[in-house]
Design a protein around this ligand. Sequence first.
Ligand code: DC
Length: 238
Amino acid sequence: MPDRPPVDLGLVRAPQAASSPPGTRLPAVAVDGPVASGKGTLGRRLAKALGFAYLDTGSLYRGLGAIALEQGLDLRDGLALADLAARLQASDFQRSDLRQEAVGQAASQVAAMPDVRAALVAFQRRFAEAPPSGCTGVVLDGRDIGTVILPDAALKLFVTASEETRAQRRFLELQNKGDSATYAQVLSDLKARDARDRSRTTAPLRPAEDAILLDTSEMSAEQAFERAFDLASQTFGA
Ligand code: DC
């Protein structure tokens, strides 16, 4: 393990549960969904429109996955990875290689380790309880936000679309970036990652019981945003 100085991102010391009084709902939007469902774009836009802080929780797992690949760590070594997770620095979530497919697959692998998830829970909850820049609420997107990280979120969305629609969207995005991946590769990577994220024992990808399903297969990004913003306006009176 290389010598990475610990930094105080609150990754290990925050309380184990969001501390809103019983019965109250956090001013938070949980946006969960599978690969390439459009939850990131939607979450970011929603946060901007509501004046809320936004956290892409996938970037935490991607940052960890990228470092693990770089250092040749065993992606099944939960304890070593959790130790690394507790030392993540803000710059690790902002690396330019985070969107690479190999990093996404590594992120999904490290995210299946219970110790890794435990090391990252507190940081996410603290972000929601004390949002940066004086924001009055937060939008978090990920896989387990509505079920595990913020079970008291006032609004929970589960964004999805058919596998083919999601693969097609991701394929076009990659083509526009000049990437030579084929549609068949993109579809098979997407299926593999979804299957791993859904079948892991700790915090698997699934809608919370009180989540509102947003199937965007037949929607444009604009229509998906309008629907989500309507729901948020009803919830927060924006
Ligand atoms: O949202 P994303 O595709 O950037 O996430 C990358 C991987 O990280 C995803 O395949 C599973 C994992 N992840 C997770 O397990 N829990 C989250 N809240 C967010 C991401």
